[in-house]
Design a protein. Structure first.
Length: 307
């Protein structure tokens, strides 16, 4: 009895490989122009941002509209959520008005609470510990350029941040080898690495970016100071720790000759990545940005259109 559980998209780890693959396939079908009706007609999605965004904001709004739906874009600072109304009450109210909620938050506990009490799908648009929509786009991008990702070596260099943590989850589900180079202080959480390994994932941790990148088919990095770190006042310390992990031409020499490189953006040129590699022939960074739109359409179709 009771209504079916809403189709939340909270973490890569919540899904089996077939379900993730299904969402990516739906996204690729929309990209190829094979979804020509308006599957989200009559549906409204609330997009809530506690943090700034360019890609997530625009790709979700455009994606929902292209699928025939409507959006309400909200900044939490303009909402009662931003002055203490609970995620629980917010969930119960929004469930009466809209058909799904996407939230970008600096505290994963808020999206978990929102999802627990929402009777509509809740989609993770980035938290302090995850960015699953990004990783769906990244897997799509890798496979468009280099074929099936299973068994391939992906290298991460830099901070063991939210994006890295979703990559760890994706390694467990999509079956790629993930080598992560971080300073010891900024390693991803051991519990998450243990979880992934227990799922059969091949995760290698090192403090040496060259060792991580050696022979890799794909090299990935991200900001040294993420949005959730900005309040720490430790940006100078992070810059010192992370300088040896810069993604540059010298580091790329250690990757496979046909390696591609990715960055979720926004990039801090001259910090975690150089202009030379970002704008060079191995970069697929702007295809990756485009694929946020297509991958998220797959998630939306799964969550809202029974796809
Ligand atoms: N990559 C990404 O999520 O970008 P935005 O912060 O611009 O949404
Ligand atoms: N790790 C970055 C990703 C931005 C899309 C951050 O959380 O700020």
């Amino acid at each position: 009895g009771g209504p079916p559980a809403p189709r939340h998209f909270l973490e890569i780890m919540d899904f089996d490989a077939a379900s993730l693959r299904h969402m990516l396939d739906l996204g690729s079908r929309t990209k190829r122009g094979e979804v020509t009706d308006r599957p989200l007609a009559g549906k409204t999605v609330a997009l809530i941002f506690e943090k700034p965004s360019t890609r997530t904001r625009v790709s979700f709004e455009v994606g929902v509209r292209q699928l025939g739906g409507d959006v309400v874009v909200l900044s939490s600072k303009d909402m009662q959520l931003g002055r203490g109304e609970t995620p629980k009450d917010t969930a119960r109210v929004l469930s009466r008005y809209v058909d799904a909620v996407m939230l970008r938050t600096d505290d994963v506990r808020k999206i978990r609470e929102l999802a627990e009490y929402a009777t509509i799908p809740v989609i993770n648009g980035l938290t302090d510990v995850s960015h699953p929509c990004q990783i769906m786009a990244d897997v799509m991008t890798f496979e468009e350029h280099r074929g099936p990702i299973a068994g391939q070596v992906v290298a991460w260099t830099g901070d063991g941040n939210n994006v890295a943590q979703s990559f760890i989850q994706a390694a467990a589900r999509f079956g790629f080898v993930l080598r992560i180079a971080t300073p010891p202080e900024l390693a991803p959480p051991a519990a998450l690495v243990d979880w992934a390994r227990a799922q059969g994932a091949k995760i290698e941790l090192t403090n040496d970016p060259k060792a991580a990148v050696a022979g890799a088919r794909c090299v990935v990095t991200d900001a040294w100071v993420s949005m959730s770190d900005e309040t720490e006042g430790r940006a100078p310390a992070r810059h010192n720790l992370l300088a040896p992990y810069q993604l540059n031409a010298e580091l790329m020499k250690h990757a496979a000759p046909d390696a591609i490189l990715m960055h979720c953006l926004p990039a801090h040129r001259g910090e975690e990545i150089t202009d030379e590699v970002m704008d060079g022939p191995q970069s697929v960074i702007f295809d990756e940005a485009e694929n946020r739109l297509h991958a998220q359409k797959g998630v939306l179709l799964w969550a809202l259109a029974g796809g």
